[in-house]
Ligand binder design. Sequence first.
Ligand code: ADP
Length: 408
Amino acid sequence: RFKMWQFFCGISVALLFVLHFWWKRRYESVDSDLGRCRHRIEVLQEEHENVVAQTVAQQEALFNSMLEGFLLLDAEGRVKTMNQSLQRLFTVHGDIRGKTIMEAFRLHGLQDLAERVSREGQVRGFELELPGFRSRYFEVSAVALFDLHDEPNGMLFTFHDLTRLKELENTRKEFVANVSHELRTPLTLIKGFVETLIDGAKDDPAVATRFLQTIQKHTDRLTFLIEDLLTISRLESGQITLNQQKLLLRPLVERVMDDLQSRAAEKDILLENRVNDEASANVDADRLQQVLFNLVDNSIKYGRLEGTVIVGAEPMADGFIKMWVKDDGPGIPPDATERVFERFYRVDRARSREQGGTGLGLSIVKHIVQSHGGEVWVESRLGEGATFYFTLPVEKIERFPLPVLQTA
Ligand code: ADP
């Protein structure tokens, strides 16, 4: 019996050993499986984090590359995030996250919009003005956001910049108003004279002749105005293409002076061509003649009796040649030297009309010079005459884009 007991004890110990080693092996294999799983989880986690980081970066890049401004408010109406366009449009400096609309932008209009959105859920096409030296205009659309339990969870605003469109629209309106006014004035005068003639003035030959001459003057003005308007329209729409070629400048100036000689003689004005025989430029001959004609004609129109108008040219270092038209008339006040190139701007409206001016000559000059790649400006002192300068390329250069927006 003692031997049996010993035998069972021995078997049990052996079994315990086997069991121990079996559990140990099992434990080690489960542990290494667990380790592998943990490692896999870490790899997956890392991959997930990378994917999330990439998605966030892509969304941020998309968010920031959009021209529209975006603003996201949290459930308390505080700024959660905004894109770079909005920062630029509203010139936001510093971090405004966590601030209310009023704290961040000080715009009552935007605050009113936020209140409307919380009442109505969505607002589209809201026009917002950002007052300032140069007011800016935005079309804002806004939508309320909700969480999974349908609780309000903030708002998203989209800002579309309308400033340039508004400016173009204002320029167009101003231009149409100016053109209508310029057309109506001579027409009203013509109508008045015709009515007076019909009412009896025609029976007095001297009065009739005077009235008819006045009518002729105003119809001429209408014709010039329409011609100038068509030129501007053709220049701006790109219908006039420049036929540039290397040309000597002196003969061109001579031709313009011949055309204007009789007008200069009426005021005893001396026209002087000081352009060198060799001076040349790469230009469209017809367009350059138009520039010179407008400038010399202005110098005669606004110059003094028995004055002198000089046209000259001088090469510049940068491949351009500078031309000038100089008179010794009353000159242009300093605050008007930039504005005379605007459409319909005149220093003395009555004087311009009296001279048959359309108010478009210098804007045509500016357009033509710029389309050659040059610049135009005027230097003047009151009482000491005016000198109009413009530059032209000497050799062929790449075509310059025409300016689209002009102030009326
Ligand atoms: P306008 O048909 O009235 O002459 P322009 O565009 O040619 O129109 O010129 C604009 C204005 O610039 C003129 O009305 C005039 O007041 C001023 N101006 C232009 N040239 C001269 C000049 N040489 N001297 C003085 N004023 C000038």
